[in-house]
Design a protein around this ligand. Structure first.
Ligand code: SER
Length: 627
């Protein structure tokens, strides 16, 4: 079964069960300071899991592009990925455990759908912990459907509980489904969830029953929901009996393209080179999707832009290494009788583009389910090329500096390069430690890695305390101040359009309990007068104590009524429109938006713009506070 077939079947099945197919959302969540990327299918649905009505109804299904960077350093092995697609179905106060499990079972086992033999399946359910009892209800449903008791494992919170994705938010016990690939149990306790490697998880039904609040307490949700998640890559691997996700149709042409770009390498020939191929394949996929997103960021030194930069640079580094090794191999073959050695300037370092031809294959493969990749094709390729070029310069500079250090380094009889020196190369020239190690190894030397790590850690501590939260993945801050700032973005957006013109469009926003940032398209810095005017207009609306109201309507009606919708963002056919103003005819602002917002603007406080600066080419950034 191919990834396309699985995606289509899943959607078709749940639509046949009364679910509305909704559009997956951006990879870069808005108004959520705790997370850089969408990390699960449920992420964009958090407000609805917490009780809001969804315009498309109570039963939903979709596929969602996701990025998780927590395991980025493990990418290169057989299974870890940063980018993946997640299939999911949701019940918002509709069916609960029984309905969810019955549908999961039917989709997995019915010959019309996945047709997995029941004997191959096992499940886990929540064992009970604290105030939450053992999930006998789910176990009883599984048994009724034909899963024998010895294939049901009762596991603690550590294994059978999902969420919240951040520090607060919806969560609950889950029931996970496993595919058995062994012949015999590894021992008497071998059950689903066993770490022997024979039980492979394919799906997770989460029974969202609680909201973990800021005090860490679990409050029952007003309405019980179901959130399920099935990773496409992992499931395709298992259903095809493959050992690695890189052996599936998902990666076949990408891996071919990498082999070609490297000057003719055949995947499977060499373990070390294969690892580089896998890193490149995963990282270019993530980078392509980040750049192809309607809310794309460019490589930079902060936030999502920084992750993007890291992904691209790591892919370049491995591309370069792979090309050099392939080239070296070819040279050695041709000149076995000479002293020929690799030169640090293989074909790849002479200005050829390694990544974009690989990205072309990715765009072509996935532009069906993700048309935004096609729409943003030029941007993806230009940005990849530009970042690759920049990094190549860095590498060349670093290599040059290394060569200058070399005579001194070679004097050390222990053949150890100081970690502090390696850190200086990193800090001053952005030269990655792995490359310093590679160059040192070529001279028969080792880098004192402990010393490097020490220096690195000290350097990171400051910046990390600020940004580490955002790497973990989490849910939006729905606190009182965040809600006020959210409404302030609408007021500011409108004020800017009034002052600067209708070309002003929101390019992003970032909200914490302390401040808001708002990015918008505008070609020149704002004058002081314009800034003061914007501030005054927003404050005027706050003083008027305008009511904020919400209506669900179809997207065309919303646009026709004057609502601003973000260009390039995907919306459902039914959308929520927030109006700030006294009546549908006499309003200040109207925007398509998921909310939440304040009820009246009078509660927001005084609005002050602290800074107006450039964000990127053609995009300005405003930082403002409410006091
Ligand atoms: N949220 C759950 C997960 O990510 C199920 O969708 O596994």
């Amino acid at each position: 079964m191919t990834a396309d077939e699985l995606r289509n079947k899943y959607i078709e099945f749940f639509v046949s069960k009364g679910h509305a197919q909704i559009q997956g959302k951006s990879l870069l969540p808005d108004n959520d300071p705790t997370v850089l990327f969408t990390t699960a299918g449920m992420h964009p649905l958090v407000p609805y899991l917490l009780g809001e009505e969804h315009p498309a109804g109570k039963r939903l299904v979709d596929y969602q592009k996701c990025i998780r960077t927590g395991d980025i350093d493990s990418v290169g092995d057989a299974s870890h990925l940063t980018f993946f697609e997640m299939l999911g179905n949701w019940s918002l106060g509709d069916y609960f455990k029984e309905g969810a499990i019955e549908m999961s079972f039917e989709f997995l086992t019915s010959p019309q759908w996945l047709g997995i033999p029941v004997e191959k399946l096992g499940v886990t359910v929540f064992k009970g912990e604290g105030a939450v009892p053992r999930d006998d209800e789910s176990a009883a449903v599984w048994k009724r459907l034909g899963i024998p008791e010895n294939r049901i494992a009762y596991l603690p919170r550590e294994d059978n509980w999902w969420g919240p994705a951040g520090s607060t938010g919806p969560c609950g016990p889950d029931s996970e489904m496993f595919y058995y690939v062994g012949d015999a149990p590894c021992g008497p306790d071998c059950k689903p969830g066993c770490s022997c490697g024979k039980w492979l998880e394919i799906w997770n039904d989460v029974f969202m029953q609680y909201n973990k609040n800021a005090e860490g307490a679990y409050e029952p949700l007003a309405r019980k929901c179901v959130d399920t998640g099935m990773g496409i890559e992992r499931t395709v691997t298992i259903l095809n009996g493959k050992k690695s996700v890189y052996d599936t149709d998902i990666f076949a042409s990408i891996i071919n393209a990498i082999g070609e770009a490297a000057g003719g390498y055949r995947y499977g020939d060499d373990a070390e080179k294969d690892k580089s191929v896998r890193i490149i394949a995963d990282h270019v996929r993530s980078a392509t999707f980040i750049l192809g997103d309607p809310k794309a960021v460019s490589p930079s030194n902060v936030g999502a832009g920084y992750v993007l930069r890291r992904l691209i640079r790591r892919a370049v580094r491995h591309g370069r290494k792979l090309s050099r090794d392939v080239q070296h191999h070819a040279d050695v073959q041709q000149h076995t009788d000479t002293q020929q050695h690799e030169s640090s300037s293989g074909a790849y370092s002479e200005g050829s583009r390694f990544l974009s031809p690989i990205a072309v294959v990715i765009v072509d493969q996935l532009k069906g389910p993700y048309p935004e990749l096609q729409e943003n094709r030029t941007f993806i390729m230009t940005e990849l090329d530009r970042e690759e070029e920049k990094f190549m310069e860095t590498l060349q500079k670093g290599e040059h500096e290394f060569e200058k250090l070399l005579p001194n380094l070679l004097k050390d009889p222990r053949k150890i390069m100081s970690g502090r020196l390696a850190f200086k190369l990193y800090d001053t020239y952005g030269f990655p430690i792995e490359l310093t190690e590679e160059l040192a190894a070529e001279q028969g030397m080792k880098v004192n890695r402990e010393e490097f790590d020490d220096a690195f850690k000290k350097h990171q501590e400051l910046s990390r305390s600020q940004s580490s939260q955002t790497f973990k993945g989490g849910l939006g801050d729905q606190g009182e101040m965040a809600v006020k700032y959210h409404t302030a973005t609408h007021l500011l957006h409108k004020a800017l359009r009034m002052i600067l013109g209708d070309h002003v469009a929101q390019k992003g926003s970032n909200i914490t309990a302390e401040r808001m940032r708002f990015d918008f398209s505008h070609g020149a810095p704002m004058t002081q007068e314009e800034v003061q005017k914007a501030e005054a207009i927003v404050n005027e609306q706050i003083q008027k104590d305008l009511p904020v109201s919400m209506e669900v309507m179809d997207l065309d009606t919303a646009k026709a009524s004057g609502a601003i919708a973000l260009f390039g963002e995907k919306y459902e056919s039914q959308v929520r429109v927030y109006t700030i103003g006294n009546s549908p005819a006499d309003f200040f602002s109207k925007e398509v938006c998921g909310g939440p917002h304040v009820e009246r603007t009078g509660t927001m406080g005084k609005f002050t713009i602290q800074k107006e600066q450039s964000s990127s080419a053609g995009v300005r950034r405003i930082r403002a506070v409410l006091e």
